[in-house]
Ligand binder design. Structure first.
Ligand code: GRF
Length: 218
């Protein structure tokens, strides 16, 4: 099937670009029906325009309540009847009503080996730790931030000379390969969710999600 996707972003949009490239090369059988940003100047919007994808900016305007923001966002997403909502660097938490309305259909990629380092500044935090690995996780979004059941992870060793920039560059390169692969599972209808359990081709995935070795992605 061709997945109908709505992509939410706030920034540079390299994740969106990776999805567009995977669609163009037919590795991902999907159509991006719309891109929605909470940031009017997000570079990701320019990428979407260039690809002739309808764009919407829903900003947290002065005086607009959290609830009003969520209502507008939910309506805008529903209008496109998406199979999946894909978070691609969207820097706002989705309200509980939205998460409920699209339960099991909102997917996120988070630059950490969840459940470690939920939230922001994962690169700074992992470099300040004694961890030997960092990476990225694709997961289903639930009410708690970055806590949803995991679909897949890729990990990379942390080098003694790594900086935030070098590590981020390496992880981003991997996640841009990982994300389309995992979304393609949905296009092929290989994923089933039962509560916190994720089955891929009928087989229960470990809590980490399926682990990809970097060399299988690059
Ligand atoms: C990605 O690295 C992803 O892990 C995180 O946000 C980043 C978005 O980057 N959720 P970009 O705006 O797509 O370049």
């Amino acid at each position: 099937m061709i997945l109908r996707l709505v992509v939410l972003l706030s920034g540079h949009g390299s994740t969106l670009q990776a999805l567009l490239d995977a669609i163009a090369s037919k590795q991902l059988h999907a159509k991006i029906c719309a891109v929605i940003s909470d940031q009017p100047h997000a570079f990701g919007l320019q990428r979407a325009h260039q690809a002739h994808i309808p764009c919407h900016v829903i900003s947290r305007k002065l005086g607009r309540t959290r609830q009003a923001f969520d209502d507008i966002l939910q309506q805008c997403m529903s209008d496109y009847q998406p199979d999946l909502i894909v978070l691609a660097g969207f820097m706002r938490l989705l309200g509980p009503r939205i998460v409920d309305a699209f339960a099991g259909k909102i997917i996120n990629i988070h630059p950490a080996l969840l459940p470690k380092y939920r939230g922001l500044n994962t690169y700074e935090r992992v470099l300040a730790s004694k961890d030997k690995y960092h990476g990225s996780t694709v997961h289903i979004v639930t009410q708690a931030c970055d806590a949803g059941p995991n679909l897949a992870q890729v990990r990379t060793p942390i080098d003694a000379n790594d900086t935030v920039d070098s590590l981020e560059q390496r992880v981003k390169q991997l996640e841009q390969q990982l994300y389309p692969r995992v979304l393609q599972w949905f296009a092929e209808q290989r994923v089933r969710q039962q509560g916190d359990h994720i089955y891929l081709d009928g087989v229960l995935l470990p809590k980490s999600g399926k682990i990809f070795a970097p060399e299988t992605l690059l």
